[in-house]
Design a protein around this ligand. Structure first.
Ligand SMILES: Nc1ncnc2c1ncn2[C@@H]1O[C@H](COP(=O)(O)OP(=O)(O)O)[C@@H](O)[C@H]1O
Ligand SMILES: [Mg+2]
Length: 310
């Protein structure tokens, strides 16, 4: 897969603060890439450097083969951008907004077609200040698409939206991918990244602490898969003796770590032969959120310890 974005050793300092502290990543052409991290991690700074809106301190950045800072003009014709906290003129309608962007970019898009794509056709003639948060973001998406971009940069497009509006934005992102566009999405919602992106990078204090497909990050940094079932303490004891597996017991539930997926079958048959009562059988698998919390927690603990050392 050719790469749409390549970043090597990117650094951005604001005075003494290294907001982006030496990051590397590549985004494949046609991929949905999620750039994940808590507030202040460096997501917007990185995004705006890629968009050619901020100058980097050092490092090498290529977007569609171009340097976003020195080759911004040709780049801007080929990318679409929704800034964080997208706002627009209050009295303008979605139709007028698209006509305005169409004139800026000298394109020939049909406002109705574009608004239908983001499911905002019914608000074509509504004033911007009467739109809901989700509708405003949809207009932002439509505007980002007026120039038929190869890459869409979406900086926290779903922050603060209700679950229904978030799902509507996800549907548009999936549609962008189907059309073969590259999507660079920043978010602090981990489940959103897990659902939409084939590649993610987790940024914390300006550094990437994990990167790759969500399933690989979970495999590399997550806890092993577990089986959990409700039953008496003797059930945990029976399984421990019968299977020789790591079994814990807490709050009425036995939890058994799987070192191999075939363990699941052995556990089921051991439960059956125990003759003990059991219910609510569950398999537990770390999510990206579990992994994120663990990685960030470990980093912050490390930082505290090294600060405490004289
Ligand atoms: N223009 C600026 N001047 C000084 N500091 C900034 C500026 N923009 C961002 N920062 C700081 O850089 C860090 C990263 O910010 P940002 O990239 O906006 O993070 P995120 O988008 O992940 O929330 C934060 O500590 C923020 O306060
Ligand atoms: Mg931000």
């Amino acid at each position: 897969m050719a790469s749409a974005i390549e970043v090597h050793g990117l650094v951005k300092r604001y005075g003494s603060l290294a907001a982006v502290d030496g990051i590397d990543f590549t985004v494949g052409s046609g991929a949905v890439f999620a750039f994940l991290g808590p507030n202040g991690a460096g997501k917007t700074t990185t995004t705006e450097i890629l968009e050619g809106l901020r100058r980097r301190t050092s490092g090498d950045v290529r977007v569609l083969g171009l340097d976003p800072w020195t080759e911004g003009r040709p780049l801007h014709r080929r990318i679409g951008v929704i800034p964080q906290d997208f706002r627009f003129f209050e009295k303008i309608t979605p139709k007028e907004a698209i006509e305005y962007y169409r004139a800026l970019f000298h394109t020939a898009v049909d406002p109705g077609e574009l608004l239908a794509k983001v499911e905002l056709l019914d608000k074509m003639h509504a004033r911007f200040d009467t739109l809901s948060g989700g509708q405003k973001q949809k207009l932002g998406l439509a505007l980002a698409l007026t120039n038929n971009p190869e890459i869409c940069f979406l900086d926290e497009p779903t922050t603060g939206l209700d679950p229904h509006a978030r799902r509507a934005i996800w549907a548009v992102i999936r549609e962008l991918k189907r059309e073969g566009r590259t999507v660079f999405l920043t978010t602090h919602y981990l489940e959103e990244a897990e659902l939409l992106a084939e590649q993610v990078a987790i940024i914390h204090h300006g550094r990437i602490i994990a990167a790759g497909p969500p399933s690989e990050i979970i495999r590399a940094h997550g806890l092993p898969a577990r089986i959990s079932l409700e039953g008496p303490p003797q059930l945990a004891e029976h399984l421990r003796l019968a299977l020789g597996l790591n079994v814990t017991y807490e709050a009425g539930r036995a939890e058994i770590e799987l070192s191999d997926k075939r363990d699941a079958l052995k556990i089921l048959s051991a439960v059956e032969t125990s003759g003990l009562p059991w219910q609510s059988f569950q398999t537990l698998q770390d999510t990206l959120e579990d992994v994120f919390v663990r990685l960030v927690g470990r980093m912050d603990d490390g930082a505290l310890k090294s600060e405490a050392t004289p």
